[in-house]
Design a protein around this ligand. Structure first.
Ligand code: SAM
Length: 247
């Protein structure tokens, strides 16, 4: 059975209010994905962990046919309630299986969601299944934080972080290097009541992701330092990796 993360099950109606995108703004994300889609073969797009449609709906609004997978009906209910939300084809289940009919020009996963897959096996499976769903020349795109940067910004107590709607929010981040995991705990002051939201991630460095891609028959086409399209260099805090299925 697919596990629904607690933030998605219990706080789906607050996701857009509270959680700001961590690897680039929504506009930057949509702009870069649209640019990448133009460089891929013609065909539909598939978002893994489509959530409330933050990225998928604006992409669909630009004329792309966007499909999605998510484990949480509560998140998809939010998407469906938005303009255009009833036009997307969405499957429910574990996105590491990429169990969705069709072949895609681009499969993508945004906002650190790939690292919500809890094990290396699940992440490897996701690469392999995504590759099987791609048209020749198709792209698999994901973002992620860099482990060194996570390490530098973990521990040290609670930090005040910005929420999208201004609700006061504190975050602690604990790194568990032996298992390549980190746990983010959020305390959000919601109309006078503190809510606790925990998200657990299994991180991987770009080199490990490249090996997973190679095992799936994909090759790295390019890597950006953010959804802005900035170059990936020593100052980057995260990366956008673009893998290609050779035509
Ligand atoms: C952080 S949200 C991101 C949503 C959207 N991609 C965005 O950028 O706003 C991650 C989404 O992935 C879903 N999710 C996490 N792990 C999943 C899994 N293994 N299978 C399916 N969905 C999953 C959650 O339910 C949630 O809707």
């Amino acid at each position: 059975m697919t596990t629904v993360p607690r933030y998605a099950g219990d706080f789906a109606d607050r996701y857009d209010d509270w959680f700001t995108p961590s690897t680039g703004s929504t506009k930057e994300t949509v702009d870069l994905l649209a640019r990448l889609a133009r460089s891929a073969p013609p065909g539909p797009l598939l978002e893994l962990g489509i959530g409330t449609g933050r990225v998928a709906l604006p992409l669909a609004g630009r004329g792309h046919q966007v499909h999605g997978i998510d484990a949480a009906p509560t998140m998809v209910d939010q998407l469906r309630a938005k303009p255009g939300g009833d036009e997307l084809t969405i499957s429910f289940g574990d996105f590491s299986e990429v169990d969705h009919d069709g072949e895609f020009a681009m499969v993508y996963v945004a906002n650190g969601t790939f690292f919500e897959l809890p094990t290396q096996q699940a992440q490897l499976r996701c690469f392999a299944r995504a590759a099987q769903r791609l048209l020749p020349g198709g792209l698999f795109v994901l973002d992620g934080h860099l482990p060194e940067v996570l390490a530098a910004h973990s521990g040290g107590g609670a930090q005040s972080v910005a929420s999208a709607n201004g609700d006061p929010m504190l975050r602690t981040r604990r790194l568990q290097p032996a298992s390549q995991r980190y746990t983010s705990d959020y305390l959000v002051l919601d109309e006078g009541i503190f809510r606790h939201v925990q998200v657990v991630f299994r991180y991987a460095a770009p080199g490990e992701l490249d090996l997973m891609a190679a095992a799936a028959g994909l090759r790295l086409r390019e890597r950006f330092g953010g959804w802005s399209g900035a170059p990936f260099d020593d100052s980057s805090r995260w990366h956008i990796s673009v893998y290609e299925l050779p035509a």
